[in-house]
Design a protein around this ligand. Structure first.
Ligand code: FES
Length: 112
């Protein structure tokens, strides 16, 4: 198992850098660290409240989003070209050094 370092940029602009083992999702990691990210559907790709915005370099290294992820992202508030769902992104070496920005607002289509 290897370690990677990622930096979360919170909605208020403050940053939290985390060194972690691989094998968890970005959503799980953020929640473990007390980062304010909702994840209302608990990773079932039904809410878009786990929306994160990656820096371009790291975004380009990732496998493309699935069609289902793209459809859910289309419903996310503050969508950017480098947006992904945190529940669908596994933390692995490709994210080492990544900056993951939380949008200033989220939209929960589940209404939870
Ligand atoms: Fe709901 Fe990711 S937690 S889509």
């Amino acid at each position: 198992m290897s370690f990677v370092c990622v930096t979360f940029v919170k909605a208020d602009g403050s940053e939290v850098s985390v060194e972690t083992e691989t094998g968890v999702t970005v959503l799980q990691l953020a929640q473990e660290q007390g980062i304010d990210i909702e994840g209302a559907c608990e990773g079932n790709m039904a809410c878009s409240t786990c929306h994160v915005i990656l820096d371009k370099d790291h975004f380009n290294k990732l496998c493309p989003a699935s069609e289902e992820e793209e459809e859910m992202l289309d419903l996310a508030a503050g969508l950017k070209a480098t947006s992904r769902l945190g529940c669908q992104l596994m933390v692995d070496e490709s994210l080492n050094g990544a900056r993951l920005t939380l949008p200033k607002i989220t939209k929960n289509i589940l209404g939870l």
